[in-house]
Design a protein around this ligand. Structure first.
Ligand SMILES: Cc1cc2nc3c(=O)[nH]c(=O)nc-3n(C[C@H](O)[C@H](O)[C@H](O)COP(=O)(O)OP(=O)(O)OC[C@H]3O[C@@H](n4cnc5c(N)ncnc54)[C@H](O)[C@@H]3O)c2cc1C
Length: 409
């Protein structure tokens, strides 16, 4: 009977280990942390957006890198299968904006408990606090793994589900990339995706903490529009973050002159916004300009907008010329922020880059280079936008690897 070792107790590794064991084979799950699913615990701000309930075809438009590689995995274990899987383990779901699926309880811990129950039910042996330091092979065939304490665990098959290289404090320290390289696999250099963006613009620091809802953010690269996102964003001490920014970051190419333009009033076109400002100005006609914008903009933004508008803040509103007012409209519709690049890689919600999918069989997740070596989850060079897509990728690739490790070849 085969002996399977799964390295990494995140969502991909847990799914893989439980499914493989449910096929009647002996499975050991090795996790370096003292508990399973440390990253899973912080997903969805602790609520765990564990999949997305969109049509499976729509799913693919949310995958940014190497979507074709995922066809077999995502059709083999779909988003609906994930919902059913957790329902059977006692977790009821709820569906929110954008088809995001969460546990009804709003607790990621319920997802982790369900997976732990699934592992116990299928008699997976779980080794916690055990760090794999080497994958041992002989003549291109898996033999087992070595642990950091020097012990050797024999296996016919090893699944690497060690995650990416962001939020390293959760355990995803990139060991899997090293193992894959040592075994002859190509690994595309990792960068952060779904990651905040850094800006050197001085006003950004002054706006720190300002959170904006219902804004439209457009990403420009070398002066050309690359993508736009509607939703929320926040200014931080080093730049910009929040859902709209994270999504744009995944589409951003490195080494380009980049800026974002924020439309503070996307519901109003320039003409309507101008009318709205004229009404505000009529109401405040004897006030100073700096005291006339409080109905229109958050307090923190007003001094920056005044400075960038070029209009003297002390000027009486009735003295503001039409040209000045139209320039103000333009600024509110296209407030630019220069972007220096992505924030520190550790702040990425996910890793872009990783093990080259061309060297992995997409219908089994087995390595095309080393017999008995499998991959699952984020360490593969695939990544998707926010909305539950990344966890679904972890579950689907984990499932496919799990089923296939159980096949005798
Ligand atoms: C803040 C945050 C919020 C997120 N929210 C969402 C969300 O709501 N929805 C969504 O779809 N995605 C979300 N994601 C992304 C999602 O968490 C990941 O895509 C997913 O966890 C990847 O699963 P994985 O099993 O491949 O890797 P991981 O979850 O990173 O698990 C890998 C495991 O391998 C272990 N490991 C590594 N090396 C070794 C070794 N040498 N020996 C033993 N064990 C090892 C690690 O300790 C770790 O436990 C979020 C990510 C972050 C950081």
């Amino acid at each position: 009977m085969s002996e399977v070792i799964v390295v990494g107790g995140g969502p991909a590794g847990m799914m893989c280990a439980g499914i493989a064991a449910s096929q009647g084979i002996r499975v050991t799950l090795v996790e370096q942390n003292e508990k399973l699913g440390k990253k899973l615990f912080i997903t969805g701000k602790g609520r765990c957006n564990f999949t997305n309930a969109c049509e499976i075809e729509d799913f693919f438009s949310n995958i940014v890198t190497n979507k074709r590689f995922l066809y077999s995995a995502l059709y083999g274990f779909t988003n609906m299968d994930t919902i059913r899987f957790f329902n059977e383990l006692g977790v009821k779901e709820k569906i929110e904006r954008g088809n995001r699926v969460f546990p009804q309880s709003d607790h990621s811990s319920d997802i982790i408990k369900a997976m732990e129950h699934f592992l116990r039910k299928n008699q997976v042996q779980i080794l916690l606090g055990a760090k794999v330091s080497k994958i041992v092979t002989d003549k291109g065939q898996i033999k087992g793994v070595e642990l950091q304490d020097g012990s050797f665990l024999p296996a016919d098959k090893v699944v690497l589900a060690t995650g990416g290289v962001t939020y390293r404090q959760t355990g995803s320290t990139g060991d899997g990339f090293r193992f894959a390289r040592e075994l002859g696999h190509g690994v595309r250099e990792a960068t952060g995706a779904l990651i905040p963006l850094a800006s050197g613009d001085a006003f950004v620091k002054e706006l720190q903490g300002l959170s904006l809802k219902n804004v439209n953010v457009t990403l420009y690269e070398n002066g050309k529009k690359r993508a736009e996102e509607f939703g929320e964003m926040i200014f931080t001490h080093f730049g910009v973050s929040g859902p709209a920014i994270l999504s744009l970051s995944s589409l951003m190419k490195d080494n380009k002159k980049t800026e974002i333009a924020i439309d503070f009033k996307p519901a109003l076109d320039a003409e309507k916004l101008d009318k709205r400002i004229q009404r505000d100005f009529e109401k405040n006609s004897n006030r100073e300009f700096k005291n006339s914008l409080s109905d229109l903009l958050p307090k923190k933004l007003i001094p920056i907008v005044i400075e960038r508008s070029g209009i003297d803040g002390e000027k009486r509103v009735h003295q503001i010329s039409r040209e000045e007012r139209l320039a103000l409209v333009g600024l509110l519709k296209k407030f630019t922020v220069n972007i220096q690049g992505k924030a520190d890689i550790n702040l990425g919600i996910i890793t872009s880059g990783g093990v080259d999918p061309k060297e992995i069989d997409p219908s089994t997740m087995e390595s095309k280079i080393v017999k008995g070596l499998y991959f699952a989850g984020e360490l593969i060079d695939v990544d998707a936008l926010t909305g539950g897509f990344n966890l679904q990728i972890a579950f689907s690739t984990g499932y496919l690897a799990g089923i296939n490790t159980a096949q005798e070849k």
